[in-house]
Write a protein that binds this ligand. Sequence first.
Ligand SMILES: NC(=O)c1ccc[n+]([C@@H]2O[C@H](COP(=O)([O-])OP(=O)(O)OC[C@H]3O[C@@H](n4cnc5c(N)ncnc54)[C@H](OP(=O)(O)O)[C@@H]3O)[C@@H](O)[C@H]2O)c1
Length: 187
Amino acid sequence: MSKRLSLVVAVTSDWGIGYKNGLPWPTLKQDLKFLRLKTTTTVDPKKQNAVVIGRNTWDSLPPKLHPLPNRFTVVLSRQPKEAFLGAHLVCKSLGEAVESLASPPLAEKIESIFILGGTSVYDEALKSPLCDKVYITHVEKQFPVDTYFPIQTFRDEGFKQISDESISSEPIEEDGIKYSFAVYKKQ
Ligand SMILES: NC(=O)c1ccc[n+]([C@@H]2O[C@H](COP(=O)([O-])OP(=O)(O)OC[C@H]3O[C@@H](n4cnc5c(N)ncnc54)[C@H](OP(=O)(O)O)[C@@H]3O)[C@@H](O)[C@H]2O)c1
């Protein structure tokens, strides 16, 4: 049976997500904690969640996050698998990744699938009928950016903000940077 996809992303006020293959902002501790908790928490303690990331995002992570701890880490790339030491699975398309995660033997071990970027991976996932929720951290500030969230696709696919009691909507401020969490669902 297919598994639903959720996206997790943090964006600047003009929908930027990256700069020079890193994040545009300095470390935002509460946001990293949110990402870690959202993507590691499972209902069934015997299962793990999977995260799917593009090759640039994988390259942007320090080696200690290869793989992301306590998450079954899937990298999307058309390059040979050997280039991704530490990844649990390397796939040549999002469809291949989703199919592998929803088929034996992985299907029994994986609870939820989280798409963690970058641009084209988000874009393809947003268009998927399996796409369920999008968790967006809105950073209320502009920073230099060179990589963007695919906002046109997000709008075209009809996502609307929903309330989610498990997520605080109270704004957070760290080092003078204000941000808040929001959840969206395809209507
Ligand atoms: N703010 C956030 O929440 C957030 C989240 C994630 C990333 N980021 C930032 O975004 C930037 C990286 O994102 P990006 O858009 O440049 O790159 P990316 O999506 O991480 O990686 C692009 C590469 O992934 C592979 N790929 C993508 N889609 C694929 C598909 N459907 N099938 C097979 N391979 C696929 C290709 O690799 P090959 O060329 O090897 O084939 C492609 O060149 C960094 O600055 C990072 O820090 C920010």
